[in-house]
Design a protein around this ligand. Structure first.
Ligand code: GLN
Length: 486
């Protein structure tokens, strides 16, 4: 059962071959067995999960089930969850129990899915390796000495190690796609505004977007069918008709034009990644897609622009953590000012402090025009590049990450090297476009390689079909790390 797709699990439940309680127990057993080794979960709450499973079984028995009813789903610990700890990977929130559910959590509760646990992540979603978590790094199940990617590394690891059939994640500059790539799973970040940010702890609000991680494009479509929807409590939530994200499945790719930006195939991509991505592109040609060379000339600006804008927004968003209303408060302090300072100095880790400093600097009087406003203008140019390219093709492809998973500790002392992990993903985030990563093979030391697909606004259904067609004729997405097989 641990290897089954969401659809298979749903069928098993429908045919009464298993119950949600049995299924949940099976995944909880797996979590118990593996989590110590991989550190993918921050919170597991057997009693609450099993209570939800009982309710799901009642729902199934009464004929009111929908596709994810009774299925265990892991949630990134950035989503506020009533009755659970919601830490955002930070000491600052290590004692925080939210009085309300995030919109995304409400969506899963409404259909009767079971929360199997809250997954580990980089602190406040700032990172590309999961090493900034207050709860310690997550390990990559393909090689325990390497990082799983970040910031949704716990979710990626949980799916890769079969501790959960699917998981939620969030992506600000690549945090769903990059860990999906490094852990050999599929992940999608929808168009900005499709998934409500209500109750999703804010990092950089103009970029943050919830999404899903799973074993296949088909499973991702089922996840989006539950997560996407208008929510008046998020001012950037989009009001659109309900979509069925599997609706394009089966459509042939014959004649579809796929743009290969020359910048994605030259700047910094390692040889092993490039070889595997080329092979995937060849497979797509066999499926009838037509490759066209395109250019995104401002690609080199996406990292500097992202690392001005994201910290600027973070410095403002994180000002709410002051030890007064919730979160960590220093035990000893002289006065109010001292309490703020000590609580924040103790509650935040080094990367979060670095971002707050950069963000405060670029927003300060005298530097605002030179950095923040300039970056906003360049963000517009980056988005325009994509608009132009989408005149010439329907989809864009390239590598998700410049390298396969790197060793734990290899880049943690060098923030600039770490930031370069987002070279190919940050652009789509700045433009608000949907992006996904699917496993397409293995690079050096048998570590997974992901293919990055970027689509035009609201093209999720077509993107998912593009991935699905590939997954019908290849089996990279079904590969399991050796250690898990035992
Ligand atoms: N790695 C990027 C960062 O550190 C992206 C993080 C994210 O998408 N949440 O900011």
């Amino acid at each position: 059962m641990l290897n089954s797709s969401l659809k298979q699990l749903s069928t098993l439940l429908e045919l009464k071959k298993t119950s949600s309680v049995e299924l949940t127990k099976e995944f909880l057993r797996c979590v118990k067995k593996l989590n110590q080794k991989y550190n993918a979960f921050i919170s597991v709450n057997e009693e609450t999960s099993l209570r939800q499973a009982c309710d799901a079984d009642i729902k199934i028995a009464s004929g009111k089930a929908s596709p994810l009813t009774g299925i265990p789903i892991a949630h990134k610990d950035i989503f506020c969850t009533k009755d659970w700890l919601t830490t955002c990977g930070s000491k600052m929130l290590s004692n925080f129990i939210s009085p309300y559910d995030a919109h995304v959590i409400e969506c899963f509760n409404k259909v009767g899915a079971v929360n199997i646990g809250k997954t580990n992540m980089d602190e406040f979603a700032m990172g590309s390796s999961n090493e900034t978590s207050f709860y310690g790094p997550v390990k990559n199940p393909w090689d325990i000495t390497t990082v799983p990617g970040g910031s949704s590394g716990g979710s990626a690891c949980a799916v890769a190690a079969r501790m959960a059939p699917a998981a939620t994640g969030t992506d600000t500059g690549g945090s769903i796609r990059q860990p999906a790539s490094l852990c050999g799973v599929s992940g999608i970040k929808p168009t900005y505004g499709l998934v409500s940010r209500y109750g999703m702890i804010a990092f950089a609000s103009s970029l943050d977007q919830g999404g899903a991680m799973a074993k296949s494009a088909e499973d991702l479509a089922l996840m989006l069918n539950v997560m996407v929807g208008f929510d008046a409590r998020d001012s950037t939530s989009l009001q659109r008709d309900q979509e069925n994200y599997t609706r394009e499945f089966g459509k042939p790719l014959e004649g579809m034009r796929i743009g290969l930006p020359k910048e994605y195939f030259s700047e910094g991509v390692s040889n092993d990644v490039s070889r595997v991505v080329d092979a995937a592109i060849t497979e797509y040609k066999k499926l009838g897609a037509k490759m066209v060379e395109v250019s995104l000339p401002n690609t080199k600006l996406s990292i500097p622009v992202y690392y001005v804008l994201a910290p600027a927004e973070a410095s403002s968003n994180l000002s709410r953590f002051d030890g007064v209303r919730y979160g960590h408060r220093a035990e000893e302090y002289a006065d109010l000012e001292d309490m703020y300072q000590k609580s924040r100095a103790q509650g935040f880790g080094a990367e979060v402090k670095r971002r707050i400093l950069i963000g405060t600097y670029v927003l300060s009087h005298g530097y605002y025009d030179a950095y923040y406003i300039k970056a906003q203008k360049l963000r517009r140019l980056i988005a325009q590049d994509f608009t132009e390219v989408f005149q010439k093709c329907e989809m864009i492809m390239g590598p998700t990450s410049p390298t396969v998973a790197f060793a734990l500790g290899e880049k943690s002392g060098d923030p600039l090297q770490m930031y370069l992990s987002d070279t190919y993903t940050a652009g789509a985030s700045l433009a608000g476009l949907p992006g996904m990563s699917i496993p397409v093979g293995f690079g050096s030391n048998n570590r997974p390689v992901g293919l990055h697909i970027i689509g035009n606004y609201f093209s999720e259904a077509q993107m998912l079909n593009l991935a699905h067609q590939y997954q019908q004729v290849t089996d990279w997405h079904t590969q399991i790390p050796d250690e898990i097989k035992i």
